[in-house]
Design a protein around this ligand. Structure first.
Ligand SMILES: Nc1ncnc2c1ncn2[C@@H]1O[C@H](COP(=O)(O)OP(=O)(O)OP(=O)(O)O)[C@@H](O)[C@H]1O
Ligand SMILES: CC(C)(CO)[C@@H](O)C(=O)NCCC(=O)O
Length: 284
């Protein structure tokens, strides 16, 4: 039973497309991680004022907002905008604590350039790491893939985050073809494997983007297997993932079956960055 008198903590993941918010109660150690989550919502970046409405609603339901912790890769203007909205509700000089990236967190070593890595990547990796430890027999060998504004494919083996790649996201690929050409339409990806040799424009773009995204994932799966002799699990998040998953599954199967490798272990995560922040706060 949540005690409204203790209030709640707000977690923010400010991305290039959306602001993801989670209200949590960290004042009840008897509650499980999942039970501590009071509410979750997301707000488009061009509608950040909506955060004020969300905070009013949360205040009525969960009591006073005690503090806000967040990570941001959306740029200073959005960051300041969030602070201004939260500043109306929290009466302190720094209404949001923007979290930093550490060399090591939750026992995971970070081998990426600390001054360069997107905070969402590191906290997303941490969120994925805790899921991997819980769901995949206590040993982590996985790729954390975020199909967000950009697509990122990050690799973890045992207790090391060894790095990863960045490529244009699904919608950036769609838009760049639409905006950079005279004749190509904007497409939406179906949730099916890509056609091998499309014979019409729309299908050709759909398949081209799906194989570019899935191909990048497969290439990293193969390199992971080559370098670490383990088939990585895939922990996948982001709004654009649904259009790519079927192609990944098919590409994996075609590679793995002749080599008699195990079936693909694929876990979808809704909000791994918020999970990562939440876990770090719990353990600190
Ligand atoms: N069903 C869909 N099909 C294709 N693209 C989609 C779909 N849903 C969302 N997208 C696009 O995918 C991109 C990322 O989506 P979303 O905002 O959910 O991810 P995100 O991980 O929250 O991104 P970020 O953290 O970069 O803001 C956006 O450009 C969005 O328009
Ligand atoms: C790659 C994105 C855009 C993914 O959201 C973000 O993590 C970011 O801006 N990163 C900074 C560069 C880096 O991670 O190396």
């Amino acid at each position: 039973m949540i005690d409204r008198g203790l209030g709640y903590i707000l977690l923010l993941d400010s991305g290039n497309t959306r602001l993801k918010c989670r209200a949590v109660s960290l004042f009840h150690p008897e509650l499980s991680f999942q039970e501590q989550i009071l509410a979750e919502t997301s707000i488009a970046n061009d509608d950040i004022d909506q955060l004020g409405v969300v905070l009013q609603d949360y205040q009525q339901r969960f009591g006073q907002l005690v503090h806000v912790y967040g990570v941001s890769v959306a740029g200073e203007a959005i960051q300041k905008h969030c602070e201004a909205v939260v500043g109306h509700v929290v009466d302190t000089a720094s209404p949001i604590t923007w979290l930093a990236v550490m060399q090591s967190h939750l026992g995971l070593q970070n081998h990426y350039a600390l001054d360069q890595i997107g905070k969402d990547r590191w906290y997303g990796v941490l969120g994925a790491y805790t899921h991997a430890l819980a769901q995949v027999s206590g040993y982590s060998a996985f790729l954390y893939i975020s199909f967000g504004t950009a697509t990122t494919i990050d690799a973890v083996i045992a207790q090391d985050y060894v790095g990863g790649v960045i490529l244009p996201g699904v919608q950036l690929m769609q838009r760049s073809l639409f905006q950079g050409t005279a004749q190509l339409p904007e497409v939406r990806l179906p949730h099916t494997p890509a056609i091998a040799f499309p014979k019409a424009t729309y299908a050709a773009i759909e398949a081209g983007i799906a194989i570019a995204q899935a191909g990048a994932v497969m290439r990293q799966v193969q390199k992971f297997y080559r370098d670490y002799q383990r088939v990585p699990s895939l922990l996948v998040s982001g709004g654009a993932r649904k259009g790519v998953l079927a192609e990944i599954q098919q590409a994996y199967q075609e590679w793995a079956e002749p080599l008699q490798l195990p079936p693909l272990k694929l876990i979808e995560l809704e909000t791994p960055v918020l999970d990562g922040i939440h876990q770090v706060l719990l353990k600190s």
